[in-house]
Write a protein that binds this ligand. Structure first.
Ligand code: NDP
Length: 444
């Protein structure tokens, strides 16, 4: 089948999976030219095989809350593609999780992992469990119940989960502990582990730092200095806070952060002390970003996203489709020069189109946020060597990987007018490697 026919067919077969179809459409439309240069791909129906996940596990998770009531959630693991290495991708705990969202994330992950230059296939998992307001013991019992179902399907050379929204060091620790008890092995299945039991230095920082490294590579193509630039960040979780930390160390001004309830606005830029407050607020007290506004008496936009404020750079780092066409229009009117995505698919197709047409520096998540999974790959290497590297070593490797991803985007995304279409670059580069591996391995 031709690439465009595959897309129409998927739309017919999965009409209730909008996020999955959105992610697939973006990739198919950008790789079509390259795909058509290889008639052997069509003969092997490669694109359809690459769009459909290898397998999906879905299961009920029953657990007991603090009041003794039995709760039931749905759990999933999507093993999308393992042509270039074991399935690899995070686990998301959020009330909105469903099969469409996890299929889009697993699909994106396959291309992202291909770009990292490391041998990792793509996967993703999660549950509609809502961690907000749950006690530590409830979170632990839920993690154990999730892994009780999942453990048979994962392993250090099979499928290696990690964190994502609602899953950080605490949750990975509980899941890894239970996995180890069931599997009776200590081989490092799961990344994002604590440093005391096989975790890698710089893994918590890696997605945010990596996004800033990618941004620096993009800015360098136009001779722009990051110092003094105003950056709007969304989210206040793992990715957002470490993005902000690295930006502050480089002399940029972080003017916004947010959560699902609203946005704080600090026109002169958040200080290191204030960022430390946000870090503790979110990770230790598990509070809301509004409390920052009360503590520091700054502007708070209740129920709003950050994109209306004047900024030079936008780094959406919360969730999918959090920046729409109207937001993109506003950012462009306010003179934004770069958008670098920490979250997965945060910009809607309308927003992406506007960024590309305006020829600003626009980096899609699968390139810009690949630093997290890259250091996860480095954690896997350290686990199999039974050895750990210094923070300097890991950070240097992260910088070099992000530079390499940037180069691949430029190679496949360079336009005749001298600009770079990073969407096309990332998709074609990611696709070609997986496609060649799939061709070499036959119809399986
Ligand atoms: P966290 O759970 O640590 O933080 C998520 C942040 O986003 C929170 O501030 C949360 O606010 C906000 N958020 C979540 N859902 C929504 C929503 N529907 N609307 C508005 N805000 C929302 O997650 P991460 O920082 O790990 O992940 C953020 C993004 O980065 C995701 O898209 C994830 O897939 C992506 N990513 C993460 C990687 C990692 O290493 N962790 C790697 C690569 C990509 P609230 O507290 O109110 O829910």
């Amino acid at each position: 089948m031709k690439a465009s026919e595959v897309l129409n067919d998927l739309k017919r077969r999965f009409p209730n999976e909008p996020e999955y179809l959105q992610a697939v459409e973006e990739v198919i439309t950008t790789i079509e030219d390259e795909y058509n240069k290889h008639p052997e791909f069509e003969r092997y129906n490669l694109i359809e095989r690459l769009c459909l996940p290898d397998r999906i596990f879905s299961f009920r998770i029953s657990w007991v809350d603090d009041k003794g009531k039995v709760q039931n959630n749905m759990g999933y693991r999507i093993q999308h593609n393992n042509a270039i290495g074991p399935y690899k991708g995070g686990i998301r705990f959020h009330a909105s999780v469903n099969q469409s969202i996890l299929k889009f994330l697993a699909f994106e992950q396959t291309f992202k992992n291909s770009l990292t230059t490391l041998p990792m296939g793509g996967g993703k998992g999660g549950s509609d469990f809502n961690p907000k307001g749950k006690s530590d013991m409830e979170v632990m019992r839920f993690c154990q119940a999730y892994v009780a179902e999942l453990w048979r399907h994962i392993g250090a050379d099979t499928d290696v989960p990690a964190g994502d929204i609602g899953v950080g060091g605490r949750e990975v620790g509980y899941m890894y502990g239970y996995y180890k008890k069931m599997a009776r092995e200590n081989t490092g299945t799961f990344t994002g582990k604590g440093l005391e039991f096989g975790g890698s230095l710089v893994r918590p920082e890696a997605t945010g730092y990596g996004n800033v490294y990618f941004l620096l590579n993009m800015l360098a193509t136009r001779g722009i200095d990051i110092k003094g630039k105003k950056v709007a960040i969304s989210g206040s979780g793992n990715v957002a806070t470490y993005t902000a930390k690295k930006l502050l160390s480089l002399g940029a001004k972080v003017v916004t952060m947010s959560d699902s309830n609203g946005t704080i606005y600090v026109p002169e830029g958040i200080s290191e002390e204030q960022l430390d407050y946000i870090f503790k607020l979110k990770n230790i007290y598990r509070g809301r970003i509004k409390e920052f506004a009360e503590e520091y008496d700054c502007e708070y936009f209740d129920g709003e996203r950050p994109w209306k404020v004047k900024c030079d750079i936008a780094m959406p780092s919360a969730t999918q489709n959090e920046l729409d066409g109207d937001d993109a229009k506003m950012l462009l009117e306010n003179g934004v020069i770069a958008v670098s995505e920490g979250a997965n698919m945060p910009s809607t197709p309308d927003a992406v189109r506007q960024f590309l047409e305006a020829k600003i520096l626009y980096a899609p998540g699968k390139a810009a946020n690949a630093g997290g999974v890259s250091v996860s790959g480095l954690e896997m290497s350290q686990n199999s060597q039974k050895f750990s590297w210094s923070a300097e070593d890991v950070d240097a490797k992260l910088q070099s990987i992000m530079k390499n991803i940037h180069e691949q985007c430029v190679k496949y995304g360079a336009e005749a007018d001298g600009t770079v279409n990073y969407v096309k670059g990332a998709n074609v580069a990611g696709f070609m490697k997986v496609a060649k591996a799939m061709m070499a391995q036959g119809i399986i």
